[in-house]
Design a protein around this ligand. Structure first.
Ligand SMILES: NC(=O)c1ccc[n+]([C@@H]2O[C@H](COP(=O)([O-])OP(=O)(O)OC[C@H]3O[C@@H](n4cnc5c(N)ncnc54)[C@H](O)[C@@H]3O)[C@@H](O)[C@H]2O)c1
Length: 268
């Protein structure tokens, strides 16, 4: 018996790196999965490569009608919705608060917070209507949802918002047997997580990050997918409202514990 046998699942940003890893994981464990992405061509290509249990839906998570259509299409095609991985997001422009163009702020908040809200709301409505419970996993961030990133005002505000929204939704949804959790990954080896212009630069950035993470490795999309699958599964039936760090210990590195700083003795 696989954990997601007979389960009907929707993944936003499913054509991207982390979303794609989650889609594969859910399919491997027996689910039927709707890959929802604004990049319809990439979603189609991925769905075709994964076989008959995957479908592609082109939708922009910032558009209420698009989101409603995506959830309805999933319910109609599969006969219900058990799990939503609310993952689509962007990194936003990097600039100090006093220089950040308002339109960049608006774009980041629109996708990373309004988009998460709309998918959360539409998924909850479908699950409540069906009366069969469910599980929703929202995408937060360790560096932006727990910590702060200089120059990342829109991204940090949106991911802090996701953590708060998740906790409210967990309370509101609990009476219906629906769990709502967030995951907060650290640096994950994707083009969004490791900004670099060329391949050589990407590899050296990956090494740069890995050297500064206590577990001495950079996170992989599969590491995130494994945690998402746990939270989405019935194994996590008593878990709701958490924001779960998946960051190799990255957020433990306060100034006192940093490899190159701090006033306290090092033990190795
Ligand atoms: N990579 C990291 O280090 C990292 C760390 C913490 C959190 N995250 C979060 O993980 C999520 C996925 O990131 P990733 O690294 O896989 O990036 P990615 O760029 O590979 O994937 C993002 C996907 O979201 C889709 N998307 C963007 N805006 C959309 C919209 N308005 N409507 C529908 N789809 C949209 C894109 O087309 C893309 O397929 C993001 O929310 C990101 O903030 C990433």
């Amino acid at each position: 018996m696989k954990r997601f046998d007979q389960k009907k699942i929707l993944v936003t940003g499913g054509a991207g790196a982390i979303g794609g890893a989650a889609v594969r994981r859910f399919l491997d464990e027996g689910a039927r999965v709707a890959i929802v992405d604004r990049n319809g061509a990439a979603a189609q290509q991925l769905a075709r490569s994964l076989g008959e249990n995957a479908i592609a839906i082109e939708a922009d998570v910032t558009d209420e009608a698009d989101v409603r259509r995506a959830v309805e299409a999933t319910v109609e095609t599969f006969g219900g919705l058990d799990v939503a991985f609310n993952n689509a997001g962007i990194s936003g422009v990097v600039a100090p608060v006093h220089d950040l163009p308002v339109e960049d702020w608006d774009t980041t908040i629109r996708i990373n917070l309004r988009g998460i809200f709309l998918v959360l709301q539409a998924s909850l409505r479908a699950m409540i209507k069906a009366g069969t419970g469910g599980s929703i996993v929202n995408m937060g961030s360790s560096m932006a949802g727990w910590d702060v990133l200089s120059g990342g005002a829109g991204y940090v505000a949106s991911k802090h918002g996701v953590v708060g929204l998740t906790r409210v939704a967990a309370l509101d949804a609990a009476p219906y047997g629906i769990r709502v959790n967030a995951i907060c990954p650290g640096v994950i080896e994707t083009t969004l997580g490791v900004p670099a212009s060329g391949d050589g630069e990407f590899k050296s950035s990956v090494q740069h990050f890995a050297d500064r993470i206590p577990l001495r490795r950079i996170g992989q999309p599969d590491d995130v997918a494994a945690a998402v699958a746990f939270l989405a599964s019935d194994e996590a039936r008593h878990v709701t409202g958490v924001d779960w760090l998946i960051d190799g210990g990255q957020t433990l590195q306060s100034w006192a514990n940093a490899p190159d700083g701090g006033a306290f003795p090092k033990f190795r």
